[in-house]
Ligand binder design. Structure first.
Ligand code: ATP
Length: 323
C-alpha cells in the first residue's frame, strides 16, 4: 500500500479530528502517503482531495467537529455517483480508504468496494454508540459528558422552582446517551427507544416521587423514544397534573460539538492507527473497534447489521436509584 485516503461521513462527532490526525500520522510513520477527502463521499465524487502531511494535522486533536467536513451524499447512493468516485480514486492512485462514520457510511464503503475493488477499514464515529463491534464509538463519551453538564445546570433551576423538566437528548435509535446521562444526573425516569414505556408508568413515577417529598423531577427522553416526544409528554403531564410547572429542554446539536474528552481522543488515536496497520496487513471490509480494552476488527457486515445492546442491568440500576 502506497497511498491511503481518509474521509469522514454521515453525522459528525467529536473526536473525528483526532481520528483523522491519527490516520495521517500513522501513514507518515509507515511511509504511506495520506490524502484527505473533503465532505465525505461527495468529495470522492467531486475530487475534493488534498494531500495531508503530519504537520497539516497539528492543533487538531483537541478540536470538535471534522476539519475534512462531513456530508450525506445522495449521489453516492447511485451507481453513476460511485463510478465518478472510482475515477477520483484511480486519478490519485489511492490504494485504500479509511472511512470514519456510522453504519450508513460503512454500507456505502462496502458497496463501493464490491463494485470497484477499493479496500477500506471503518472507524466508528458517531455519538450514538450503537455500532456493533466496539464498546464505545468515537464521540459518544464527549456527547455524554456534554449532556450531563447541561442536565446538571437544568437541575439547578428545576430544584429552585419545583419544576418537572423533560430533557430530550440525542439518540434516534439508541438510548445510550439517555440511559447513561439519566443515571449520572439522577433522573426520575429515563425513556429510551429500546424499552416499552407507558405514560401511566411515568405518572406512577411522578406520584411516588411526590409521596417521597420530591419537589422537582427530571425526565430524560431519547429522541427516538416511542411515547410521542418531549412536547407531547409535557402536554399530557400538564393535563394530568395542572399544578406542575412543566418545562421542556431539547439539548440538540450542542451534544455533537465541543472539544473531545480524553476517552474519545485516546479511542480515536488507537483506532486511526489500527485502521492504517490493518490496511497494511491486507485487511479490508472490517471495522476497527475496542472491546474489553482489546483492539478488534469486526467484519463490516456484522458491524452494520448488529447493534450494540443496552445493558439491562443498567436499566435496573436506573430503576433502583430513581425511587
Ligand atoms: P450517523 O450514524 O451519524 O447517521 P451514518 O454513517 O450512518 O452516520 P448516513 O447518512 O446513514 O450516516 O450515511 C452516510 C453516507 O453514506 C450517505 O449519505 C451515503 O452517501 C452513504 N450511504 C449510506 N447508505 C448507502 C447505500 N446503501 N449505498 C450507497 N451509499 C450509502
Amino acid at each position: 500500500i502506497k497511498k491511503i485516503g481518509v474521509l469522514t461521513s454521515g453525522g459528525d462527532s467529536p473526536g473525528m479530528n483526532a481520528a483523522i490526525r491519527s490516520v495521517v500520522r500513522a501513514c507518515n510513520y509507515y511511509g504511506i502517503v495520506c490524502c484527505g477527502i473533503r465532505m465525505g463521499y461527495e468529495g470522492l465524487i467531486n475530487d475534493y482531495v488534498v494531500e495531508l502531511g503530519p504537520r497539516s494535522v497539528r492543533n487538531l486533536i483537541n478540536r470538535g467537529g471534522t476539519e475534512l467536513k462531513s456530508a450525506r451524499s445522495q449521489e453516492f447512493r447511485t451507481k453513476e455517483g460511485r463510478e465518478k468516485a472510482a475515477k477520483t480514486v484511480k486519478k490519485h492512485n489511492i490504494d485504500a480508504l479509511v472511512i470514519i462514520g456510522g453504519d450508513g457510511s460503512f454500507t456505502g464503503g462496502t458497496i463501493f468496494q464490491k463494485e470497484h475493488g477499493v479496500p477500506f477499514i471503518g472507524v466508528p464515529g458517531t455519538i450514538d454508540n450503537d455500532i456493533f463491534g466496539t464498546d464505545y464509538t468515537v464521540g459518544y463519551d464527549t456527547a455524554l459528558n456534554t449532556a450531563v453538564d447541561a442536565i446538571d445546570k437544568i437541575r439547578d433551576t428545576a430544584t429552585s422552582h419545583n419544576r418537572v423538566f423533560f430533557v430530550e437528548v440525542m439518540g434516534r435509535d439508541a438510548g445510550f446517551i439517555a440511559l447513561n446521562s439519566g443515571i449520572a444526573t439522577g433522573a426520575l425516569d429515563i425513556l429510551i427507544p429500546e424499552e416499552k414505556d407507558s405514560i401511566e408508568d411515568l405518572f406512577i413515577a411522578f406520584e411516588k416521587a411526590q409521596e417521597k417529598g420530591k419537589s422537582s423531577s427530571i425526565v430524560i427522553v431519547a429522541e427516538g423514544e416511542k411515547l410521542g416526544g418531549v412536547y407531547d409528554l409535557a402536554k399530557f403531564t400538564k393535563m394530568k397534573y395542572p399544578e406542575f410547572d412543566v418545562k421542556v429542554t431539547v439539548l440538540g446539536h450542542i451534544q455533537r460539538g465541543g472539544s473531545p474528552t480524553v476517552a474519545d481522543r485516546v479511542l480515536a488515536s488507537r483506532l486511526g492507527v489500527a485502521a492504517v496497520e490493518g490496511l497494511i496487513a491486507g485487511k479490508s471490509n472490517v471495522m476497527a473497534g475496542m472491546q474489553s480494552s482489546k483492539l478488534v476488527f469486526t467484519p463490516i457486515e456484522e458491524a452494520i447489521k448488529k447493534h450494540n445492546e443496552i445493558d439491562k442491568d443498567l436499566i435496573k440500576v436506573a430503576d433502583i436509584l430513581s425511587t
